[in-house]
Design a protein around this ligand. Structure first.
Ligand code: ZN
Length: 127
């Protein structure tokens, strides 16, 4: 996942990639203090791992949103067809499930991302 830190010199929000899911793991990977390079002012500094934080990855929300919209449109199209062609209870049930499916995916993606961010931000390493 991506973790962020603010440069102590210019307060620019830098980003770095890590395999760690929690701060504890992050500390084990890097030590309690991690050397950082600011992309904005090139200042080198050593930051305590507690200064690093996770944020929700926006792209997942956008992707989930697109999926949700596409699913809804496709679902609506089938509903229209269903109404004009055959009005079966099962058919309507299938379409209803089809409409719920993107909602379900959307909520799972969002929840997982939120949990990941929470897992990282809620654990602190004792100094
Ligand atoms: Zn800086």
């Amino acid at each position: 996942m991506r973790v962020y830190f603010k440069c102590p010199n210019c307060h620019y929000e830098n980003r770095l990639k890590t395999e760690s899911c929690t701060r504890i793991e992050f500390a084990m990977e890097n030590g309690k203090n991690r050397k950082t390079d600011c992309k904005n002012c090139n200042q080198k500094s050593t930051l305590n791992v507690n200064k690093f934080y996770a944020k929700e990855f926006k792209l997942i929300s956008i992707l989930a949103g697109i999926l949700f919209l596409a699913g809804t449109l496709i679902g609506l199209y089938f509903v229209m067809q269903m109404i004009s062609e055959m009005k079966t209870v099962i058919g309507i049930f299938v379409v209803a499930c089809g409409l719920l499916f993107p909602v379900w995916i959307y909520s799972i993606l969002n929840k997982e991302e939120r949990n990941r961010v929470k897992a990282f931000n809620q654990t602190y390493v004792t100094e």
